[in-house]
Design a protein around this ligand. Sequence first.
Ligand code: NAD
Length: 338
Amino acid sequence: MKKLRAAVIGCGAIAHHCHIPGYLKNRYTELAALVDPYEKNLKEACAKFNIERGYTSLEDLFANESLDVVSVCSPNIYHAEHAIAALNHGCHVLCEKPMCMNLKEGQMIQKAAQKHPDSIFMVAFTHRLYSGNIKARRMIEQGQIGEPYVIRIRFAHQGPMTGWAMSDWFFTPSKAGGGAMFDMGIHAMDLAQFYFGPIRKINAMMATLEKKIELEDNAILQFLFASGKMGYAEVGWSSKQGFAGVEIHGSEAAIINDYFEGLYLMKGESSATGKRIIRKRMIDKNPCQGGWDVEIDYFVNAIRKREQPEMGLQAGLNSMKVAMAAYESAKKGKTVTI
Ligand SMILES: NC(=O)c1ccc[n+]([C@@H]2O[C@H](COP(=O)([O-])OP(=O)(O)OC[C@H]3O[C@@H](n4cnc5c(N)ncnc54)[C@H](O)[C@@H]3O)[C@@H](O)[C@H]2O)c1
């Protein structure tokens, strides 16, 4: 079978860590070209990965290449424009998160995707591909924690600058669309819905606590799900240490998916007297296996099976709705219904 010809738009950190190596190692794809308007980043990526064809504009890319697959790895402000251009050129699209800047752009992507129903569209919600989250969801479906009722998520690190991003857009509101809430919170919102279904109400508080930037570097989010279950998330760009992962509490047991320490099933009893009996069973010592390492294979598999992936357009739109509602909630100081 002819290999799928892929291009990666935006040659920054996530392209280096996931998309470019992913297409190079997948046996069904050929990495045809890279795009970046900043020649330094373009040349560096072409040289590092031995890719001959690099372009500084999308026009040149589509004028010169016949493509099947495009990864959108540009700053958030360009996601909608680049995803729509790729769809209109008949490509399957893997779009980085957040899918776009606002709901209007989300609808524009949706319209373009509806015009091209044969194109597979996936949003890079990588946490869904961690072995720990896949196992934890299966355990819940099997009834191993009884009836789940609360989810807690904490995704926090030191932030994208310095040490990660290869360009300077993350702290520019007009290019990023939001701060830590948008960057990290969108993963938390998606993962919360991956476990518990649609979020119906959100209450959000945000602040700039540590960095000298115009965007929030910390956010605390409370969720009420359509099912009546509850959840909360803490996300931030100022955390040098501490828990990162997911906890899900059920009527019979809890799942602790500590991204650094491992995935545990925790059973036991506790009483108001302070007496506790805890039984902790290790399920997965390295729950962050997968993720970026398998993302391109997962996407290519969906293309080959001609099946829209679960982390597709609707998941992208759902998380955007929750993110926009979170900003509204923080601004107005009240709970917002989605
Ligand atoms: N899924 C994940 O876990 C994950 C992790 C990190 C970043 N991301 C997302 O990936 C995207 C890129 O982030 P990054 O960390 O690689 O940033 P980065 O700054 O390292 O890279 C962005 C690249 O895009 C290029 N660029 C700028 N304008 C462009 C344009 N008009 N067209 C094409 N390229 C352009 C820049 O020159 C740079 O090389 C963001 O949307 C970010 O949220 C996702």
